[in-house]
Unconditional design. Structure first.
Length: 308
């Protein structure tokens, strides 16, 4: 896993430097649209898997819910020190009828705000997901067993596009409210403050009193690059690794929390309409004093934007 991630990040940096040298840095690269308001339509297909050594590292799988949502974006919500603060807000919820009857009824939702002052990307998010299944063997036959487990994440993150230099904007690939006119990339530096709460009602993961409450401070670094093609099409690559110091409230223990976040976006930006397709893959781990918990999250996302 670590070797693949190193190769991926090296490829991103090398490609970004090569393309940056080949293009004229004086040519304007990122432009705004005349419309200040945009309506966002979202649809995601998600998968979450968890392994915990307290449960013999058996795989706990979510029920792959389909999430749909709506959001909006608004340019120049307010201005401070000559910097415009643009905002985007989204809400997504899992569709109950998309879960399999043979598996647990997974419930999930996510909501948040994203701000873009200058070359910064600030985000405040709340996420919740519940309901997992695992495969067990009974009387020589394998069966799906429901695990009554839920997680909630709340975090505030700050990412600085350190080498964007007004020629690169990740929002052009992931929020579709800017047009990037030429290929460019940027080094990513940032961090976040996060709180993660979990409740294991079946008592299989070894949490103290079947509950877990962790507060953590993260440091993140990575690289992203957008390839711009003719007729409004683009392709973005994004890779970030991070590590955190965390404290578990139940036993006041110190925790080590590494993670990786890899994603790619392909899409089209027109004058009024824009769309993208995003593939995400993320890995994180929590090193408790007596056991290790690992989590893998992947998603296939579609975003359609209409500007007014």
């Amino acid at each position: 896993m670590k070797s693949v991630l190193k190769i991926f990040l090296f490829a991103l940096v090398f490609t970004g430097l090569a393309f940056a040298e080949a293009q004229d840095s004086d040519e304007p690269s990122v432009s705004k649209f005349r419309e200040r308001f945009s309506l966002r339509f979202l649809c995601d297909y998600n998968f979450v898997a968890i392994w915990n050594s307290a449960y013999n590292n058996s795989t706990l799988n979510s029920n792959r819910p389909i999430n749909v949502g709506i959001g909006f974006g608004y340019d120049n919500l307010f201005t401070t020190f000559g910097i415009s603060w643009d905002v985007s807000a989204d809400f997504k919820y899992s569709l109950p009828f998309t879960t399999s009857k043979e598996k647990s009824d997974t419930q999930a939702f996510e909501t948040g705000l994203d701000f873009f002052p200058g070359n910064w990307w600030l985000a405040a998010k709340l996420r919740f997901y519940s309901g997992f299944t695992t495969e067990v063997e009974r009387d020589g036959e394998k069966e799906q067993e429901f695990i009554d487990l839920w997680f909630a994440d709340m975090y505030f993150s700050m990412l600085w596009m350190a080498t964007a230099k007004e020629i690169f904007a990740p929002r052009s690939a992931y929020f579709l409210d800017r047009r990037q006119k030429k290929s460019a990339g940027s080094l990513i530096i940032g961090g976040r403050l996060q709180r993660n709460i979990a409740e294991d009602n079946d008592g299989v993961l070894g949490y103290v009193n079947d509950k877990r409450d962790i507060t953590s401070i993260w440091g993140d670094v990575g690289y992203t690059y957008t390839f711009v093609f003719s007729n409004g099409y683009f392709w973005n690559l994004w890779g970030v690794v991070g590590i955190a110091y965390g404290r578990e409230h139940a036993n006041d223990g110190n925790l080590l929390l590494p993670e990786s976040d890899i994603k790619t976006a392909f899409g089209y930006i027109g004058e009024k309409w824009a769309w993208n397709i995003v593939l995400k893959s993320g890995y994180s781990a929590i090193a408790f004093s007596e056991h290790l918990e690992q989590k893998y999250v992947s998603a296939f996302e579609i975003l359609v934007v209409r500007r007014f």
